[in-house]
Design a protein around this ligand. Structure first.
Ligand SMILES: Cc1cc2nc3c(=O)[nH]c(=O)nc-3n(C[C@H](O)[C@H](O)[C@H](O)COP(=O)(O)OP(=O)(O)OC[C@H]3O[C@@H](n4cnc5c(N)ncnc54)[C@H](O)[C@@H]3O)c2cc1C
Ligand code: FES
Length: 279
């Protein structure tokens, strides 16, 4: 069913946008950690995107995407009032959220938007939420104000030192874990190298660590096997068993290899699309 874009906000020009979609049924059911799959046409590939927020009263969901290749470039051509061909969801398992005490939520790049929804869930049940967000530079930082509105602590890092701590989110995480031994869980959403580094940082502290994996997905409902990941030596399908898994048990090297499997075809597809659209 066509899904109307009610609001579009360009967060980083040409790179990242936020869309508020009219999707009342998904808005009623989606929980933090869920994702949707959308298609730009009947024959288009499915794009998995995390639900970054919901408003069940208004019947809307929010998604935030990074323009990566052809399908997200096509999505970026749409604006307010346009329809997405179809949006399916909510998919995946929601985040396990219980009241436990202090939870540190780490987000990098576009992953900050998905992490924001998870952090909100932890805040609603009364956990003490520490958010750590990072980007290459200040102008690429997402969702700072949205997080500031409800988290108990917000720590910011930029690679170039243009805002907050100069360095990586994992340095802030390491320091925070050193000063507070009562952290119940660390949740990380972002690029694979970042999530892998977060798991390496928390391992010596023995803190439960949850990561949200983003393997290539095709059907999103457990039938095709495209999203296979290895967790604790066993094959798991991220679309139905995840996308969140124990960060200390994930085979990140395999995930990186599988994500890069179609780079050449993806580059050709983007080039052809750009040429045909005069971009
Ligand atoms: C559960 C889940 C949630 C996600 N949430 C978000 C989100 O909230 N915001 C966001 O910007 N991105 C998110 N992604 C990644 C997003 O789906 C890909 O960036 C997008 O599909 C790229 O498509 P493309 O045609 O623009 O790029 P392509 O040129 O096709 O691919 C560029 C790169 O994107 C990845 N990718 C390509 N196709 C897929 C696919 N079908 N499934 C997953 N990854 C793919 C691969 O690493 C690939 O090398 C999520 C992925 C998953 C699995
Ligand atoms: S995307 Fe097909 S099994 Fe997960």
């Amino acid at each position: 069913m066509p899904t109307r874009i009610l609001h579009k906000q360009i967060l980083i020009p040409g790179k990242t946008s936020k869309l508020v979609l009219a999707a009342p049924q998904i808005a009623r059911k989606a929980r933090p950690g869920h994702f949707v799959m959308l298609r730009m046409s009947e024959t288009g590939e499915r794009i998995p995107l995390t639900v970054a927020d919901t408003n069940p009263e208004e019947g809307t969901i929010t998604i935030v995407y990074l323009v990566m290749g052809k399908s997200t470039a096509l999505l970026e051509t749409l604006g307010e009032g346009d329809d997405i061909h179809d949006v399916c969801g909510p998919l995946g398992r929601p985040t396990n959220i219980e009241r436990h005490g202090t939870v540190i939520c780490v987000g990098g790049g576009t992953g900050v938007a998905a992490m924001h929804h998870i952090a909100k869930g932890h805040s609603h049940v009364g956990n003490h939420v520490v958010a750590i967000i990072g980007a290459r530079s200040k102008d690429l930082l997402l969702f700072e104000q949205e997080l500031r509105a409800f988290v108990d602590e917000l720590l910011v890092s930029t690679d170039d030192g243009s805002y907050g701590h100069k360095g990586l989110v994992t340095e802030l995480l390491h320091d925070r874990l050193k000063e507070d031994r009562d952290v119940f869980e660390v949740v990380a959403v972002g690029p694979v190298p970042m999530m892998s580094a977060v798991a390496d940082t928390t391992r010596p502290f023995g803190v439960k660590t949850t990561v949200s994996l983003n393997p290539i997905m095709v059907d999103g409902i457990g039938m095709c096997g495209a999203c296979r990941v290895t967790v604790a030596g066993k094959p798991r399908f991220a679309c139905v068993d995840g996308p969140e898994f124990d960060g200390h048990a994930v085979d990140f090297a395999e995930l990186r290899r599988r994500l890069a499997a179609f780079r050449q075809q993806e580059a050709v597809s983007l080039e052809q699309w750009r040429a045909s659209h005069g971009n």
